[in-house]
Design a binder for this molecule. Structure first.
Ligand SMILES: *[C@@H]1O[C@H](CO)[C@@H](O)[C@H](O)[C@H]1NC(C)=O
Length: 369
């Protein structure tokens, strides 16, 4: 009898402790106010969502749109179809931001069905010798499998020609993002180890560090980093020395040193106390720009029903020899202008911010960077 009471009390205490931790991790105690780096507006003429981007060295931005996972909530699917959601890739030119955003054409093949394409993280490999561009995209293939698709890019023809699907390896679980390291090689993040909706929610609420990073080196796959609480965006420094991973529910940035054999060694875990999504690098300064979801519980409501607004935030992260040297907030919005910011690029004092399943926003940057 006495032992039973002790066990029950200890369990109750553990549950209470976890509940308090979740209360703060989900930001129920937080409030934010708007601020912008200059004039900002919503970019017209595109479908719903602009979850991830890739910025080329010369200021062309590739944008993935139409984010949807395999088991999607009913309100999400209603919003998706009402807004003509579908898997698309767009181009935006930072050198000419008044020009309209352009949709790239996709063609189905025996291996690839464009009507089942549900893109998430993307990354472009620029082959400096041949001038060819290859786009990799995580695809939560509709009623299908978790895949990474590779396309040959033609910017002139605005087309993507499907070349290859990568799938079926046990290191591939529920993927989120990809970063290209070559013509047939990449790193990818698994945000969760289960693909089912129930498993995913349990993993989210448990706050256990079950997420990892995999690599495909052209021949095989292997896991190169783990112990991350919901791994989200991944980026590699342009010199190839460092790999950056956003730990969303861990609210941190993992910085890894990269070896010739693609192995990664953790160099720093930097705590943000806000929920990071995708990571972009300024091609000239090497500064990182990371989009955040400052109020976690509103993000989860938004992902259940995208008509619920959730705030947006962009931080600039300066680095020195692969560790964080300063962090500055550039943009915050309460969700009216932009709900659920998932990615931001900054190029020559112009900023483009994407969202999971909402608008695309362009801002002039009139503050010192
Ligand atoms: C990769 O290289 C590093 C540094 O040389 C070494 O410590 C590590 O064991 C290597 N990993 C593999 C899988 O070969």
């Amino acid at each position: 009898m006495y032992m039973k009471a002790v066990v029950i009390s200890v369990l109750a205490l553990l549950v209470l402790q976890h509940a308090v931790k979740l209360y703060f991790r989900m930001d129920y105690n937080k409030h934010i106010f708007n601020h912008y780096p200059g004039p900002c507006h919503q970019v017209q003429g595109m479908g719903i969502g602009s979850e991830d981007m890739h910025l080329t060295d010369n200021g062309i931005v590739f944008i993935s749109s139409g984010f949807r996972v395999q088991e999607s909530p009913p309100a999400y699917d209603k919003f998706y179809s009402e807004n003509n959601g579908r898997g698309r890739i767009y181009l935006f030119d930072m050198n000419n931001p008044k020009k309209e955003v352009q949709e790239m054409s996709l063609t189905s093949t025996k291996e690839f069905d464009k009507d089942r394409f549900q893109p998430h993280g993307i990354s472009v490999w620029e082959d400096k010798k041949t001038g060819k561009l290859y786009l990799y995209a995580v695809n939560h293939e509709k009623d299908g499998e978790e895949k990474i698709e590779k396309f040959l890019v033609s910017v002139a023809k605005l087309s993507l020609q499907h070349l290859k699907s990568y799938f079926g390896d046990p290191t591939i679980k529920r993927m989120n993002d990809v970063v290209a390291t070559g013509e047939n090689s990449f790193y990818f993040t698994n945000s969760h180890s289960s693909v089912s909706r129930a498993g995913l929610q349990l993993e989210l609420l448990s706050l256990m560090a079950l997420a990892d990073v995999g690599v495909h080196d052209g021949t095989g796959y292997r896991t190169v980093a783990d112990g991350i609480i919901v791994a989200n965006g991944i980026q590699m420094s342009r010199d190839g020395k460092y790999v950056f991973v956003a730990g969303s529910m861990g609210q941190d940035l993992k910085i890894y040193e990269r070896w010739n054999n693609n192995s990664l060694t953790l160099k720093q875990s930097y705590a943000f106390h806000t929920f990071p999504d995708n990571i972009m690098e300024d091609p000239v300064s090497g500064d990182l720009y990371i989009a955040f979801h400052p109020i976690g519980y509103l993000l989860f409501q938004h992902l259940e029903d995208p008509s619920v607004e959730t705030p947006s935030q962009v931080l600039q992260v300066k680095l020195k020899e692969g560790t964080v040297s300063s962090v500055t907030e550039l943009f915050v919005d309460d969700g009216h202008l932009l709900s659920g910011s998932s990615v931001a690029v900054v190029y020559k004092k112009k900023m483009l911010i994407g969202s999971v399943i909402n608008k695309l926003v362009y801002c002039d940057v009139n503050v010192p960077l």
